[in-house]
Structures are given as C-alpha cells and as structure tokens.
Design a protein around this ligand. Structure first.
Ligand code: PLP
Length: 423
C-alpha cells in the first residue's frame, strides 16, 4: 500500500452513525457481487445462512481459540463435535488427529511442517523437497519458501490430473512429501489419489490431500451422482488432508481443518511447545497464537444447521451452476471449456478461445466493463470460474454477456492483455 495523502491518526472518536454510513458507502467501491457473482472470494447462499453464521460468530467474537479447553470449555466441546463429524464424513481412523486453523494456507503449512519434522526425526537432514502436480495451490509454495524446502511442480497429464509416473520420476532421496488435490483449484478435477497413495506407500512418503476447495462439496456431490473417486482418509497411503470450513461449510472466514491419520504425529511433530521463558509452558497446535473463536463457533453452528441435507442443497447449486456454465460456454461459437467437454467433477472450470479471432482476454475485459470481475489464468490463457452456489443466480446473465462480448471482440478485432493475476 502506498500513502496517497497525509492522513493523521484520528484524534477524537467519531459518531457511530457516521461510521456506519461510511462503511456502507465504502462498500459501494466494491464489485457488486450480489448481481455479478464473484469467482471465489466469498461463499453466499441466501440471507438465512448468512445471518446464522454471523450470529454464531458474534456470540464468540471476544473469546479466544487459544483458551479452548483451558478457559473456554465450550470451544473444546465444539471442536470435539467437529472432530467426530468430520471423522465420519472423511472416513477417518480412530487414531485421527485434527487441527483447527485459520484457512487453507495454514492447513497446508501445518501438513508440510508436520511431515517435515517427521522426516527430520527419521534422519533426513539435508535440504528437503516435495513433489506436487503443476495444478497444486500456491499456498504450498509459500509454506515451502518459509521452511526452506525445495518444491518440484510436475506437469499434469491427461484431463489435467496429476501424472503419477512423472511425479514418481521426480522423487529423489530428499523427497519427503507428495500431494494431490481433490479437487484442484484451476480446473476442478480430482488427482488420482489412490494411485498417489500406492506411490506414497511404495516410497515411504507422506501423502497430503488438498481438499481445501472440495472438502465440503465432494461428499455431497458423490451422493448427487457426480463421478467422485475415493479421495479422503480412507485411501491407503494418505497421511493427512486439508478441508476449508470458511468456503463451502459456510463458516465465517478464518476456519479450516488439517486432519491426519495419526494423532501421534500431531503430538510429536506438529504441536509447538516452549517452556524456556519467564512464564509457563506455551503450547499451540498450529501457527496461530490467539485465534478467532467466532470462526470455531460459526463452523460448529453451520455444520449443525445445514447437516447432510443442507449441504446436499448447497453442493447441488454449486455443481448445477458449473454444469450450466460449462455447457453454456461450449455452446458459444469460438469458446470451449478447458477440459474439452469432459464431465464436470468439481465446481471449478475455465474457458478458453478456440477461435484465433476471439482474444479471450479481450472478452474478459468487456465482461469486466459490464460489471463482472473475471478471474483469469495463464496456462492455458482462459477465464476462470471458481463456482459457488450463488453463481446459479447469475449463470444466464453471464452467458448472455459472454456471447455478446465474443461477438464484439470478433467483429471489432479487439485485443486484450493478461496482467498475470488470477485473484
Ligand atoms: C485447493 C486449494 N488449496 C488451498 C487454498 C488456500 O485456501 P485459503 O485461501 O483459505 O488460504 C485454496 C483456496 O482457494 C484452494 O482452492
């Protein structure tokens, strides 16, 4: 952020009414996501869900996750309930360990940190590396950078899935972890988790499944009849998985889970504890110290509120929207979904141009001008949709606007440029 003027620190307080007005005015600066659903960022499916998640959050806005089970026994009870619920949902063994984190980034960080510490304890003392598919989320690179671990991104194979043979070939003596996504963020497809599990067992590696995007869609999409392969803790070889609650579980933000098959690994290689300072032992399960209890309460309340029945409805809306978007863009001359007509597996998709006269970035520019906020991707050059249930309300308008934009780009020979960003 660069200073634009020399605003000084507020000297007196401001009337609350004025602040409230200002907050509402500030919101006018943002994309109108209610009429033009955003690609990702926020997860909205009606006022009832929003009001309930906020009420639970607000009830616990002062409490602190750091005190769960010490001062706040209610938080401990909620975490125990969440533990039981997700163990059931993800086929976790009785030995499962769970860490509540601030988001997918922290869950991935924790998985890598735990596996790294275990590798070190097993005598891997040189610089370590991890091997992941090219489609894996960049939060993994962030964790690797912080922990000074090398990262090998392996090109994906057919259908945009992890190429297990190529990953096997990339593994060396210093590899301690491999990863698969269920589903991957760019294209919404499942990496072959069972095959990755076999590879992990064969090479004695830690396999992490990134279910941050799919965790609260996959089990319900399966019940709805979508092609969902085995992907969670039931797969032999999987050591840990991450699943975000602040996405499709409808918790307020700051909520994700890192689950691992063996509590023992959590105790030995994840829990951080220090006693050598003036106060007593300081122990935290993950990266955060003080943490929002509101997101714990909100996650607990929303899982109870929606349950299997509710999540079937929310997942259905997200998947229906993805299917409609995919079919709709395939029907527009010159456009094609990147997976080239393959059946939809997850609620993420990308649209590219198959007509040299249709510059897809120019299409995105026109859509942006019309009030949409297009997410873009580089390989291949495409418009990306991270589809949420709210998109269902905008599919028709989006497809109409897209068809109009394509026509205009073709007619006027418009060209666009990609600034390199997705978010
Ligand atoms: C597959 C996947 N992993 C990790 C993340 C990172 O999650 P967060 O933004 O909550 O840190 C995302 C976010 O969209 C994701 O889709």
């Amino acid at each position: 952020m660069v200073a634009t003027n020399r605003n000084i620190f507020p000297q007196q307080g401001t009337d609350w009414e004025e602040i409230r007005r200002e907050l509402h005015d500030l919101k006018q600066l943002d994309v109108d996501w209610m009429t033009h659903p955003l690609p990702g960022y926020l997860y909205y499916f009606g006022e009832e869900i929003l009001e309930n998640q906020l009420e639970a959050h607000n009830l616990y806005s002062l409490e602190n996750g750091l005190g769960a089970g010490v001062a706040f026994f209610s938080l401990e009870k909620m975490l125990n309930d969440i533990y039981d619920w997700v163990r059931d949902l993800y086929h976790g063994p009785d030995t499962m360990g769970m860490t509540f984190t601030s988001g997918g980034t922290e869950s991935l960080f924790e998985a890598i940190r735990t596996a790294r510490n275990r590798a070190r304890a097993r005598g891997m003392t040189d610089r370590l590396n991890l091997v992941i598919p090219y489609t894996a989320h960049p939060a993994i690179d962030k964790a690797a950078q912080i922990m000074e671990i090398d990262i090998v991104r392996v090109p994906v194979g057919a259908e945009c899935r992890a190429d297990v043979e190529a990953m096997a070939a990339a593994i060396n003596d210093q590899t301690f972890l491999i990863l698969g996504s269920a589903v991957c963020y760019p294209f919404g497809v499942y990496d072959p988790i069972e095959k990755l599990g076999e590879l992990a067992l064969e090479r004695d590696l830690w396999l992490h499944v990134d279910g941050c995007w799919g965790g609260f869609i996959n089990p319900f999409a399966k019940q709805l009849g979508y092609p969902v392969p085995k992907w969670d803790l039931e797969v032999p070889g999987v050591m840990s998985m991450s699943t975000d609650l602040h996405k499709f579980a409808y918790s307020t933000k700051g909520a994700s889970l890192m689950l691992q098959c063996h509590q023992e690994n959590k105790d030995r290689f994840e829990t951080f504890s220090i006693s050598d300072w003036p106060c007593g032992t300081y122990e935290t399960p993950a990266f955060q110290g003080s943490s929002g209890a509101g997101s714990i309460a909100s996650a607990w309340a929303m899982i109870k509120f929606l349950g299997n029945e509710g999540y079937l409805k929310t997942a259905k809306a997200a998947m229906d929207a993805t299917v409609q978007l995919t079919d709709g863009v395939n029907a527009i001359e010159g456009l094609r979904d990147v997976r080239d007509g393959a059946p939809v597996e997850g609620n993420s998709m990308a649209v590219m141009s198959i007509d040299p006269e249709v510059d897809i970035m120019a299409v995105a520019d026109l859509l942006d001008e019309g009030g949409w906020h297009c997410s873009r991707m580089r390989k291949p050059l495409a418009i990306k949709h991270s589809v949420t249930p709210h998109h269902l309300s905008g599919v028709e308008k989006f497809l109409k606007d897209t068809a109009t934009a394509v026509e205009r780009v073709r007619r006027e020979g418009l060209k666009g440029e990609y600034d390199g960003r997705t978010y």
